[in-house]
Design a protein around this ligand. Structure first.
Ligand code: ADP
Length: 218
């Protein structure tokens, strides 16, 4: 369904969100104080405006209160990012996502009422560390302190076996969410599904259990 999203701050993060949301067919109002940044996204937004997003009257005049989703990607300016989030919250925007520069910034944003706080460099750093730590892991998503989702290439040792035979849930307490075969993704694998060499397994579980599976299950 088409969504209406206001994106504030058109650095690398805000701009890439604009482009991708536009590609996915959503309506975007983009705001930045920098004219050049605003001009750069004029081709992929419904409206792109040069304005200071910490000015409540400006946001009101742009009709921001009618938007369901807001993304605040103001970056390093902590004061502006917090103030802008607060104004959006008071306007009653239902989902507000904000980019934070560090943990302290994240905590303040959560107190102010941000629905989701993203630390792109930190999150990507954690993901990359897991890729490097294990050659088997090709992607890693943190769900919480304890749980995560990983993608692993199925090695020859388990090829030809069905999920029933592997019995991953009973042995390792992990759930196989999907099996990828090139472009084909089986998102509801059944016990009879057979693993073929080179398949990618998408697994969810406790981090300790996933590690056990990675070390002993393959
Ligand atoms: P990134 O790390 O994603 O590249 P930047 O920190 O470089 O992010 O970019 C932040 C953007 O936010 C800049 O384009 C800047 O002009 C914009 N910005 C900063 N303060 C405001 C504000 N009060 N209102 C609107 N845009 C702002």
């Amino acid at each position: 369904m088409k969504k209406e999203v206001v994106i504030i701050g058109l650095g690398r993060f805000g701009t890439s969100m604009c482009r991708e949301l536009n590609r996915l067919g959503h309506d975007i109002l983009a705001i930045d104080t920098d004219e050049e940044k605003v001009n750069e996204v004029s081709d992929c937004t419904t409206q792109a405006v040069i304005a200071n997003a910490t000015d409540e009257n400006v946001l009101k005049s742009l009709g921001v209160r009618n938007f369901e989703h807001a993304v605040v990607a103001i970056g390093d300016n902590l004061q502006s990012s917090v103030l802008c989030t607060l104004i959006l919250k008071e306007m009653g925007i239902s989902t507000i996502w904000v980019k934070a520069r560090d943990l302290q910034h994240q905590k303040i944003l959560e107190k102010v009422g941000a629905d989701r706080v993203i630390q792109p460099e930190y999150e990507m750093g954690v993901r990359m560390a897991h890729h490097l730590n294990s050659e088997k892991i090709i992607d890693y998503i943190n769900l919480s302190e304890e749980y995560s989702i990983i993608e692993l290439v199925a090695p020859p040792s388990i090829s030809g076996k069905t999920l029933f035979q592997l019995d991953i849930r009973a042995k390792f307490n992990c759930t196989v969410l999907a099996i990828k075969r090139f472009e084909d993704v089986n998102i509801a694998p059944s016990p009879e599904d057979e693993i073929v060499k080179g398949n990618i397994l998408v697994l969810m579980g406790h981090k300790d259990d996933l590690k056990q599976f990675e070390e002993k299950g393959l």
